[in-house]
Design a protein around this ligand. Sequence first.
Ligand code: F6R
Length: 609
Amino acid sequence: MCGIVGYLGKGNTLDILMESLKRLEYRGYDSAGIAVFHKGRIEIRRCQGKIWDLECSLKGERLDGHLGIGHTRWATHGRPSEENAHPHKSGKVAVVHNGIIENYVTLKEVLIKEGRHFRSETDSEIIAHLIDKFIEEGLSFEEAVRKAMKKVKGSYALAILYEGAPDTLIAVRKESPLIVGIGKDECFVASDIPAILKYTRNMIFLEDEDIAVLSPRGVKITDLEGKKITRQPKEIQWDPVLAEKGGYKHFMLKEIHEQPRAVTDTIRGRISLNKGELFLEDIQLSAKTLKALKRIVIVACGTSWHAALIGKFILEELCRIPVEVDLGSEFRYRDPIMNKDTLLMLISQSGETADTLAALREGKKKQVKSLSICNVVDSSLARGSDGIIYTRAGPEIGVASTKAFTTQLIALYLFSLYLAQVQGKIKKEGIKELLKELVKLPRLMEEVLAGDHEIERIAKKYVNCRDFLYLARSINYPIALEGALKLKEISYIHAEGYPAGEMKHGPIALIDEDMPVMVLFTRDKTCEKVLGNIEEVKARSGKLIVVTTEKDKEVLRKADDIISIPKTNPLLTPAVFVIPLQLFAYHMAVLRGTDIDQPRNLAKSVTVE
Ligand code: F6R
């Protein structure tokens, strides 16, 4: 969950490292550090805190080497502190690491017995010691890295410097993402695309156990045995401007406002409105495979799991195929039942979430076909799946997921229609009707965004509340979960999302005059029941905020506050309902003065279990 970077070239190494690290800060931000070759020596600067703190601690210091590495940390082993911040150095070797070394305790014991002195509590430091030890024993830098990688168990993305090789940077990965960027007379290493997008669009995505040796002679990639591997660079189409704040105070707010554009991009080229057809051939699953499907299992984590829960409603309604949804962290531990008629779907913004990737591996073990919905091009998930539908949200930098979520819903909608089309479950006229609604969605989202000031006003009223309950039913109940998750992760207010029908089975005990309840109300087959819930909240003096597509007088009279949203097809309603909830969480967080783009204890890509 940490971010690592590396640079080799004639540019200003320090500036490039700092700039790249700032774009990776969403991956972790409790400490940061850099190592730069300066006058033939590796100079390390680290501190507890954010990149900004590191910048301040450097106080304009000039380190003018042409080679360096950097790190922004999300603590796993050892509390956030300067000693535990990366880079870690042993002898002449400096290392930055993202991942977890599972056998570090055993390795550390051996190294200590051999007389090595450890300065940090981290698992990462053993890597520097191992490489340094093997170099001292006579191996070359590259051989030492290879030998060390054979000793460690776990996940890693590493950038390594050695004082004896002042023009070489070695990068290695296993189960943690790592990219090599190729520029003109310069090259880069980074955990993620946005970090180096400003400098180059040509990127090589390293595979597990690739060792990349970067030097002025170019980039050489080998496996752990030293066998040469050819990996072609890919040209990344993302616009670098998307990774900037563009006048917004926070990335999260910018990304909320980008949703109409992101949805339009995700639909573009994939539908014909006139013909009532979908073109998702790029998913790379044959019509034969899709026709034979009898069951779908969707696995994801966090916000992506909420999208999966909505996907179940859409797929079952349009395709009449049973769908099961599971959490990545649970899935592989219960020996899930899957056979050749099952499709395993995985949903992930980053494509690097450890538990979702583990679910993909579980699917491969059971030989089922996999299809991923993913935002990050060529991420581990995208490369490992049989089929892929890219959401075209562009880089999502705010830790709280917003535009990735709504585009996941669109991808699920498109895939459901496509599958229904392939399986002959829907007529062209039916597809036309549903597509007509889909293309109107960006405009409806704009309408909701235009009402932001009203949501801000409501947030001001509730800013001092300590708890929140979110209620909804049917396809919108995962939006209650998502609204509650958004509120707790960025404003640190305790919030629970519930399917409204469950209220009587427990949460009703919480309701009193201090407990605001956000109810999502739309006229569907459960609306009479939700009206009942509204009455129950009022009867217990609960404060009621109603988000609604309706002008229903009865509801409006009961509500303390109302957020009106436009009507759409019921299958698309979640994509509209979620926007006021994102804005509400955002304003609550602004009013409470929290760190919105980098909330405490969180990281954007959860690349460890
Ligand atoms: C919440 C949030 C997380 C992610 C989760 C999965 O706002 O962003 O809950 O949704 O960590 O991440 P991805 O989608 O990258 O697999």
